[in-house]
Write a protein that binds this ligand. Structure first.
Ligand code: BES
Ligand code: MN
Ligand code: ZN
Length: 481
């Protein structure tokens, strides 16, 4: 889908030929003398288009506009969240007959975050997963024209949004694919494909190289599966080689059965999404190649399946991680931290300014924060603040969680340096405390996206989160250097 931004007034909007025109009307709408303005003013007066964001009026072949389908929708004060809700309901209402060209017009000047929210919302409602359908129904929409009287002011935000969408859709695509269509090998190939983009390069390591690196913890998870593991190293080089990079580490468990500590059957299919962190890293690189910020970024993805064969790791097994720390694997279902810890040790070689890992790590995080905000843990407050505020600006929200050392008590064991699980209480935090042991060499943050990376139920599917947060975070880093 192609997005374009134009500075149009209501007269211009009325003349723009399209299949659907969605007009976003803020609560203090001031009508001009043109016909479209008058139509809107009448709807407002009649109470059909009030201040409530999302309230809408649909018209067919209204003479006031050059389109068969005109939808007027209220956006309240025009805040990002209100605009998102309004676009979702307006475009959702005409989804079956969207045609090829949609015009999204702000009836007045638009706020920066609102433009971003509008564009991302159009992409979200029109997204269609077609892989492995014998009769695919791809998105019909080819063009979305966004119009605002202050287009020039919001153009940077618009560009960032369209790049973010490319990243989110790549992330959704890979996260949605079932485990037999998204093996570690296929993920590696998807990363290699990104290396065709400007400033992006990629190296994919296999079992031999990983063994040589001494990643005993990662290998322990992978050994229960016939699918060979992959360790993906992506680079985006947008700044001088001497500039220390920011490293992103994405959990890439392409299927999590739990291993010998097997999961219950109900909803186990959703564990195909356990590589959503990895998918978000791929998505971020897609967006970076588009936006070309002056910044160096490394993406690391430990990818494997957590399955059960005769060689599978057993509860009580002790393994040696790349850091040299020995780990007692008390629960084979706590595998995310086992693959991430070796990737975090690998990150040291880049002497990074910051390392952020992204993982569908714990069910406990879903209990704590639900599907609204991702869990955000940071050993460094400046890094934590930067990630938190990137979440607020992008609408891809996160919430700071604690890292008090007291939470690590339960990880003590008589049989190794550390155990891979503590008790049930505070499970998202004890998981983060485990990871923190491998991050002494750099400022570190961890995003637990177990509740936000995908939706369950009738709308089951990947959300593309937290690509929005991460792109915003990295762009801000490039600007503040
Ligand atoms: N991938 C899961 C976490 C998960 C569970 C994400 C449900 C989304 C929904 C992770 O590997 C896992 O199994 N974690 C365990 C940890 C426990 C054994 C300490 C969990 O959360 O139950
Ligand atoms: Mn697990
Ligand atoms: Zn998992």
């Amino acid at each position: 889908m192609n997005f374009e931004l134009k500075p149009l007034t209501l007269v211009g909007l009325a003349n723009e030929k399209c299949d659907v025109l969605v007009l976003l009307v803020q609560q203090d709408f001031k009508p001009g003398k043109d016909e479209l303005s008058l139509l809107v003013a009448q709807a407002v007066k009649a109470g059909d288009l009030g201040t409530k964001p999302g309230q809408l009026v649909s018209l067919y072949r209204a003479p006031q506009a050059n389109t068969p389908r005109l939808v007027l929708v209220g956006i309240g004060e025009g805040k990002a969240k209100q605009v998102r809700a309004a676009v979702m309901s307006a475009v959702g209402a005409v989804k079956a007959s969207l045609g090829k060209k949609l015009v999204l017009g702000f009836a007045a000047a638009a706020q920066e975050d609102a433009v971003r929210a509008a564009v991302v919302a159009v992409a979200d409602v029109t997204y269609s997963y077609t892989h492995a359908k014998s009769k695919p129904e791809p998105r019909t929409l080819q063009k979305c024209l966004v119009a605002a009287s202050n287009a020039a002011e919001v153009s940077a935000s618009f560009t960032r949004a369209t790049a973010t969408i490319l990243g989110m859709e790549l992330a959704k695509e890979w996260a949605n694919r079932p485990a037999n269509h998204a093996t570690p090998t296929l993920l590696g190939q998807a990363a290699q494909a990104l290396a065709k983009l400007p400033k992006v390069s990629c190296e994919v390591l296999g079992p031999k190289e990983v063994a040589k690196l001494g990643m005993g913890s990662f290998m322990a998870v992978a050994q229960g599966s016939d699918e060979p593991l992959r360790f993906i190293v992506l680079r985006y080089d947008g700044a001088a080689k001497t500039k220390a990079p920011t490293v992103l580490v994405g959990k890439g468990i392409t299927f999590d059965s739990g291993g010998i500590s097997i999961k219950p059957a109900a909803e186990m299919d959703e564990m195909k999404f356990d590589m959503s962190g990895a998918a978000s890293v791929l998505g971020v690189f897609r967006a970076l190649a588009e936006l070309k910020p002056s910044l160096n970024v490394v993406g690391l993805i430990p990818a494997c399946e957590n399955l059960i064969n005769g060689r599978a790791v057993k509860p009580g097994d002790v393994v040696t991680s790349m850091s040299g720390q020995t780990i007692e694997i008390l629960n084979t279902d706590a595998e995310g931290r086992l693959v991430l810890c070796d990737a975090l040790s690998y990150a040291e070689r880049f002497k990074p300014t910051a390392v952020v890992d992204i993982a569908t790590l714990t069910g406990a995080c879903v209990v704590a924060l639900g599907s609204v905000r991702s869990g955000l843990f940071a050993s460094d407050d400046a890094l934590g603040d930067a990630l938190f505020s990137a979440g607020e600006r992008s609408g891809d929200l996160a919430w700071r969680m604690p890292l008090d050392d007291d939470y690590a008590e339960g990880l003590k064991t008589n049989f190794a340096d550390v155990a891979n699980v503590a008790g049930r209480m505070g499970g998202a935090i004890t998981a983060a405390k485990f990871l923190q042991r491998f991050t002494s060499q750099f400022p570190w943050a961890h995003l637990d996206i177990a509740g936000t990376a995908w939706k369950s139920g009738a709308a089951k599917g990947a959300t593309g989160r937290p690509v929005g947060l991460l792109v915003e975070f990295l762009m801000a880093r490039a600007e503040n250097k």
